[in-house]
Design a protein around this ligand. Structure first.
Ligand code: G3H
Ligand code: 13P
Ligand code: ZN
Length: 307
């Protein structure tokens, strides 16, 4: 069944767990994520970036998710991840997505409010929920000083004002994570006190982007089979557990699935050089994603919360 992020996240907030938002680009990812969800009776959010829409084509992505939703008993949401282009956002609202993110996080505060509010006004009459973002998910190179780090984190008072003035259903916050496979130079450090402060001032459910753990076994395996993933580092599981305990209701994962998919395809091709049937190596990649998603569902506590 396709439902909104709001429905899934409000239930998560009440239940003290988080729902995983897993990025999709093709059939294998959709099948793997929804199979894992069905196996563990967990709701999941299928997240689609503008880049994924460009790669797969809008109607292909919507059809894949619609087919999965007809086929599965668990609640699924089809969500636009990091929407920035108003035309794409409008298309998603009108043509089958149940949730959109408007990412105005690189705009000045007032402009972020204005564009986010505009999206809420477009989405609400259609029953589509909206995620906004405030604060910057800095890359590892940006983490040079404490004051610079603090400036990138979400400000709790601004977060309260942002939510009130925009009417968003959920808010993505910046507390030290970043996208991709190279998140920390030294120790992994998340601003948990900042998160608690924000939660104290904001009513809507909060979202953690850039939450991949970067499984070191996968990194090692990938490097053994020809990858170059030197010093790849992610968010430790304990930090995710702590963030969910403090009130994060949606956790975004892309990198961990990308790495697993690639590593297992590499392994299969290396071990069976005679093989040229794509179903064989893509199948191995797909199985690896199932395992990643099941692991995350357990970590986020959403197992058994599908209905
Ligand atoms: O946060 C971004 C997601 O990992 C999607 O990345 O824009 O390369 O599709 P992408
Ligand atoms: P990762 O790169 O840590 O998987 O983050 C994904 C994300 O935030 C998608 O919006
Ligand atoms: Zn993100």
């Amino acid at each position: 069944m396709l439902v909104t992020n709001k429905e899934l996240m409000d239930a998560a907030k009440a239940g003290g767990y988080a729902v995983g938002a897993f990025n999709i680009n093709n059939m294998e990812f959709v099948q793997a994520i929804t199979d894992a969800a069905e196996e563990l009776n967990s709701p999941v959010i299928l997240a689609v970036s503008q880049g994924a829409i460009k790669y797969a084509g809008f109607s292909n992505i919507v059809s894949l998710v619609r087919t999965a939703s007809e086929d599965k008993k668990v609640k699924l949401s089809l969500h636009l991840d990091h929407g920035k282009d108003m035309q794409i956002i409008e298309q998603c609202i009108n043509d089958g997505f149940t949730s959109v993110m408007i990412d105005g996080s690189d705009l000045p505060f007032d402009e972020n409010i204005a564009i986010t509010r505009k999206v809420v006004e477009m989405a609400r009459p259609k029953g589509v929920s909206v995620e906004g973002e405030l604060g910057r998910l800095a890359g590892v190179e940006d983490h040079v000083s404490v004051s610079k780090e603090n400036a990138t984190y979400t400000d709790p008072d601004e977060a309260a004002e942002f939510v009130e003035k925009t009417g968003v259903d959920s808010l993505a916050v910046a507390i030290g994570t970043s996208h991709g496979a190279y998140k920390f130079k030294g120790d992994a450090k998340l601003a948990m006190d900042r998160l608690t402060e924000i939660i104290g001032k904001v009513d809507v459910p909060l979202v953690l982007h850039g939450a991949s753990g970067v499984n070191q076994e996968h990194v090692k395996m990938g490097n053994e089979f020809g990858a170059k993933l030197m010093n790849a580092r992610g968010v430790p599981d304990e930090a995710i557990t702590e963030a969910v305990k403090r009130g994060i209701c949606k956790v975004n994962i892309d990198t961990d699935m990308r790495i697993a998919f690639t590593v297992f395809i590499r392994k299969t091709m290396y071990e069976k050089p005679e093989l040229f049937d794509p179903r064989k190596y893509l199948g191995a990649g797909r199985d690896a994603i199932v395992d990643v998603v099941k692991y995350k569902i357990n970590l986020f506590g959403s197992e058994g919360k599908a209905f």
